[in-house]
Write a protein that binds this ligand. Sequence first.
Ligand code: FAD
Length: 421
Amino acid sequence: MNSKASPIEKIQREVVVIGGGPAGLAAAIAAREAGCKEVLLVERDRILGGILNQCIHDGFGLHAFKEALSGPEYADRYIRRLPGAGVEVMDNTIVLSLSSDRVLEVSARGALRHVEAGAVILAMGCRERTRGAISIPGHRPAGVYTAGAAQNLINLENIMVGRRACILGSGDIGLIMARRLTLEGARVEAVFEILPYSSGLPRNIQQCLNDYNIPLFLNTTVTDIIGKGRLEAIRVAQVDGDRVPIPETERLVPCDTLLLSVGLIPENELTVQAGVAMDPVTGGALVDDTFMTGVPGIFACGNVLHVHDLADWVSVEAEEAGRFAAAYVQERREEPRRRTPVRAGEGVRYVLPQTISGERDFILSLRVTAPWRDRTVVIRDGGGREIRRKKMMRLHPAEMIRIPVKKGAGADGSPLEVSVE
Ligand SMILES: Cc1cc2nc3c(=O)[nH]c(=O)nc-3n(C[C@H](O)[C@H](O)[C@H](O)COP(=O)(O)OP(=O)(O)OC[C@H]3O[C@@H](n4cnc5c(N)ncnc54)[C@H](O)[C@@H]3O)c2cc1C
């Protein structure tokens, strides 16, 4: 045993950002531009950009840059700004733990360090749900991948995953991979979705399925996986109103590849470790209108906070979080803020932020529970008084709705409720 183990190096930084995807990049630049001198960005991968590095399709940046960029091009717009902005980057470095008093334990190439932060911005993104999470019975053959894992193999490692594929789940990653596999010469038999509607963006249904004649079967799920060495077939069945498979509708679909696109889980192990209160619906932290969690000085943004539909909104939200984290460090405002609750009412799955101060304008983000046409999103205060309404021709659970709200709302402390009428 080495009795002369070197002591763990300790460093201090004003703001530490965990994660170098679009959220972390935008937050770090914004915190630096807001006047923080020491902004450290920590990324466990060897390159920055997060999940965007494997998204070689276009469609990024339509809002932020009014251009259709690929994922790597979009990330590059921010990565290029880091040196000029003076952001310090530690790549190949993983944050192993985070305490409520903002001490991070990081491991860089085998060496441990403790970083004491004035403020921490959580930007760790999310991971995919796997077969285990949805408990599909059957064999365990090769050929069953999450859609993101297949995307990584094809786009970054140049490894083709199969020739005859089925996709379970119509989330955006599954839709994008249906097109990708087709372009790479595979035959995509179908996409199966257990819900009565697609969980992907309408534009992806058109551009990734309809344009390539790939059928989408709603109210349908995989009931069996068949194949000992390699996948040989799957059994699918329609489901009833309680999402229970109807045996008479079961049929066999031969295929050598099954991609799962069945949801994303925010990567919140560090968040929970730091004692941050969580929202059971989003799977992310509860935050106020400055993106600060319930633990003072710890902020959250991007997919670790709630799963976004577009990277552009991730960047916008993260810039705000970066500015507020910088203000927290500069003002050292420790007194408790007013926290008026904002609640999801009829037809609304979740709202964010979950508390507001009434002191500033903010953007209310929300998702609805089902697809509708010609409805109105209404925000009311505790006395039933209308604060804001937005008429919408089309609402869809796959699309995040963003509504600007003026300061003063919730200033009297009475909870706001958001509903679809
Ligand atoms: C397949 C796919 C296709 C998509 N297509 C589109 C599209 O066409 N248009 C669009 O606008 N959006 C699209 N999106 C959505 C968009 O990519 C995401 O919303 C966005 O990447 C989320 O950014 P993020 O920074 O929150 O997370 P991520 O991009 O996931 O970045 C998180 C980063 O944190 C790092 N990290 C995590 N834990 C630690 C730790 N402990 N220590 C250090 N680093 C850590 C990770 O390595 C990662 O780099 C797509 C997403 C996917 C998955």
